[in-house]
Design a protein. Structure first.
Length: 732
């Protein structure tokens, strides 16, 4: 049996790893550091032109992107909203020999290009002419973040290439023209992928065999639940009862949180290079969602904010409970929507200082709450992400429960809830004897420490067990579940190329320009606000209400259930499909941008410690290849969709209908779930911008136009090698 399962695990590993890229050990997208004079940086007086490295390097025959970031060192800000022209060429189109000459530093003729004394010491050059020839250039697109200008092309040959850029700082002065060399590679060899597949296959097989061996050795079954109790494994039981658990996790994360706040306030204010934004929004935020699915609220036991709440509560020992009216998910719902709004309207993920301020606010609110209210009131009823963690933890494959309800009822002290000299009572106000869901259990182990009858079981279980049971349903949870689905849609839309123009269109449609609002950033923010709250708070809940209203019409009089109750029941079907979108959205950011954590950490260690970890290499590539990430996203959506459909089916049979027509009444609910899944798939097929660099890789695309077809282009010997795609907008 063990050998059979090991073979199955090995075959599954091979199937999954087929989706790995050819450059399996490459890292996420990034760009060169402005303080590193490399071939990707040109300094012209006060202006820095940075050639960003895409997540996938340009390759022969593949659609590629060139993105240049323009920075003003005097103003310490990105150059936004300027006219920029770009073109990609072969060296032969510029230099007959095909060799790029060594740069010769010269002073610009225009006063606004005044030099700071920095020499151009990289193999690139700029042109200081009063009337440079730019007839071969075309308008470049600016990203939603601003200050980044990009061009899309498909090289048909490998080797050395040039990108030429013209920046118009105003209408009176001549443009500042520069050129960068870069290389187009041949398709990568697959040896790396084969080696990585073999190593991972051996690792996965070893883990599988170890798990099977543990199950055989400690297969003591819970007589009521019939599953393996992990607490029967001696070292697991000891660890949960250890007096320093979970403090051993909370202290390191608290130190890391302090570091994040410090660098967010005082380090470089560039979201793509600051450790605070990279670690918070790209690594932590994207990664913890996967822990909810697998283990539930395990993050909460190691959360530094939760640790401060515990320690402050032990000092003050408050016994006051939050008013009953506020003991719900309405506060977390409002705060979570506010955080999402900060992302889309203010750009918190690209603002290190604002990220630090938000973390300080959450810390202050948590400590203040713990001083006046008992236990982890903040974590259960206030934490901005606590509600989301609770809903997604219902999908978890691990649970902590009472072995026998009879033993619990006969135990008069109830130490698992009240506490004892061995530990505190449950900080989340949960009583294991009646706890039937994972929403609020954070595996802190306090009940394990204090339960004298040893009447607890930590076990694996089927995924989504809490959702299938549909017990202890609450309207506040149901509303948040529907709102989360809308937030997931809007969050993905915010990363797409056409989003900016859509938000502008919404603001202009409602007539904001007629009342004197013309700033595009303000119009975009207002459009995002309308879309976020319109979709998540109004549209999706109203569509669900309309669907259950139709269902109610078909129920017999003796079966009549209120609309609110029907809404609450069927809203839980939105959790799996919304969760799939959250996972699919964040897996791209985690895999394509997560590796920027390495150079960001190098920079912090080099700048703030005596150690030197070498030059930060911001030219990181995605892991795995971006084309395979799309398939992973599609698989996630299809994996979770059946769970939503199963919940619909269970809810339908809970109200067994006496008339056959009611099956047709379920059609709107079914179409609503399928429509949401389809919208997820549609958005995931679009080119998504990285979270920090803001590079938009697709917009309203016209038919590809070759160089030879464009007016004013004279590079006939290059036209056969490129195809450019331009956004459907006015030139310049």
């Amino acid at each position: 049996m063990v050998r059979k399962q090991a073979r199955i695990a090995a075959l599954l590993s091979i199937f999954l790893l087929l989706f790995l890229p050819e450059n399996g050990f490459a890292h996420g997208a990034g760009h060169l550091s402005p303080d590193e004079m490399a071939s990707g940086l040109v300094v012209v007086g006060r202006y820095q032109f940075l050639l960003e490295k895409e997540e996938t390097p340009p390759a022969k025959g593949k659609t590629s992107y060139i993105t240049i970031r323009i920075f003003d060192t005097y103003e310490n800000a990105l150059i936004k909203g300027k006219k920029v022209l770009m073109a990609v060429k072969l060296p032969q189109a510029v230099f007959p020999s095909g060799q790029i000459p060594e740069p010769t530093p010269v002073q610009p003729s225009s006063s606004q290009h005044s030099s700071t004394g920095m020499a151009v010491d990289s193999p690139v050059f700029w042109i200081a002419e009063d009337n440079p020839d730019i007839s071969d250039l075309q308008p470049a697109e600016e990203t939603a973040e601003g200050g980044h200008y990009w061009l899309k092309f498909t090289p048909q040959t490998s080797g050395l290439h040039l990108v030429k850029l013209a920046l118009f700082l105003d209408d009176k002065s001549p443009p500042l023209v520069i050129q960068f060399p870069f290389h187009v590679k041949n398709p990568a060899f697959t040896l790396t992928r084969i080696v990585f597949l073999t190593l991972f296959l051996l690792f996965f097989t070893g883990i599988s065999l170890s798990a099977l061996s543990l199950r055989r050795k400690y297969a003591t079954l819970n007589p009521e639940l019939g599953t393996l109790n992990l607490l029967d494994i001696p070292w697991v039981n000891w660890f949960f009862r250890w007096k320093y658990f979970p403090t051993i996790f909370q202290i390191p994360f608290l130190l890391l949180l302090i570091l994040i706040i410090y660098v967010g306030l005082y380090d470089v204010q560039d979201g793509s290079k600051n450790l605070a934004t990279i670690l918070t929004w790209t690594v932590w935020w994207a990664g913890i969602i996967f822990t909810f699915v697998l283990i539930g609220r395990v993050w909460c036991l190691m959360c530094p904010v939760g640790g401060l709440v515990d320690w402050a509560g032990k000092l003050t020992r408050p016994r006051r409970l939050l008013p009953r009216l506020l003991r719900s998910l309405w506060i977390p719902t409002v705060l979570f929507l506010f955080l999402t709004w900060l992302d889309g309207a203010v750009g918190i993920v690209n603002n290190p200082r604002l990220t630090a301020y938000i973390l300080l606010f959450i810390l202050g609110l948590a400590i203040l709450t713990s001083v006046f209210f008992a236990r982890r009131t903040f974590c259960r009823y206030v934490c901005p992400i606590g509600g989301m963690i609770g809903l997604y933890s219902m999908f978890s494959a691990v649970q902590l429960r009472a072995k026998s309800s009879v033993i619990c009822r006969s135990h008069s002290q109830k130490t698992c809830y009240q506490g004892s000299p061995d530990g505190e009572g449950c900080p989340m106000f949960e009583y294991p004897a009646v706890m039937s869901r994972n929403n609020y259990c954070n595996f802190c182990g306090e009940c394990v420490k204090t339960c004298t009858p040893n009447n607890l079981v930590l076990e694996f279980r089927p995924f989504a067990k809490d959702l299938f049971s549909l017990s202890h349903l609450r309207f506040d949870e149901a509303f948040f579940a529907v709102a989360l689905s809308g937030v997931s849609l809007v969050a993905v839309g915010h990363m797409l190329g056409f989003w900016h123009s859509w938000m502008l269109g919404i603001s202009r449609f409602i007539g904001l320009e007629r009342i004197g609002i013309f700033n595009e950033q303000t119009l975009t923010a207002i459009g995002f606000t309308i879309t976020l709250f319109g979709v998540s708070v109004f549209l999706l809940p109203l569509l669900l209400y309309a669907s259950v209203f139709l269902l109610q019409r078909f129920l017999h009089q003796e079966q009549k259930v209120s609309l609110t109750r029907l809404f609450t029941i069927f809203a839980y079907a939105f959790i799996p499909v919304g969760l799939s979108m959250h996972l699919a959205h964040n897996i791209q950011h985690l895999l394509t941008e997560g590796a920027t954590l390495i150079p960001a950490t190098q920079k912090i260690v080099n700048n703030y410690t005596p150690l030197n970890l070498g030059i930060s290499n911001w030219q990181a590539y995605s892991f795995p290849h971006s084309s395979y990430i799309t398939w992973l996203q599609i698989i996630l959506v299809f994996i979770f969709l059946p769970f939503s459909l199963r919940i619909l089916d269970i809810a339908y049979h809970r109200f067994q209908i006496l008339v056959s027509k009611v099956r047709w009444a379920m059609a709107p609910l079914l179409f609503l779930i399928l429509g949401l899944a389809w919208a997820n798939l549609f958005l995931l097929q679009q080119d998504m911008s990285p979270r920090h660099t803001g590079k938009v890789k697709a917009a309203s695309i016209q038919k590809p136009v070759s160089l030879s077809q464009r007016d004013g282009l004279m590079l006939s010997d290059v036209s056969s090698n490129y195809t450019f795609i331009k956004k459907n907008s006015k030139k310049g």
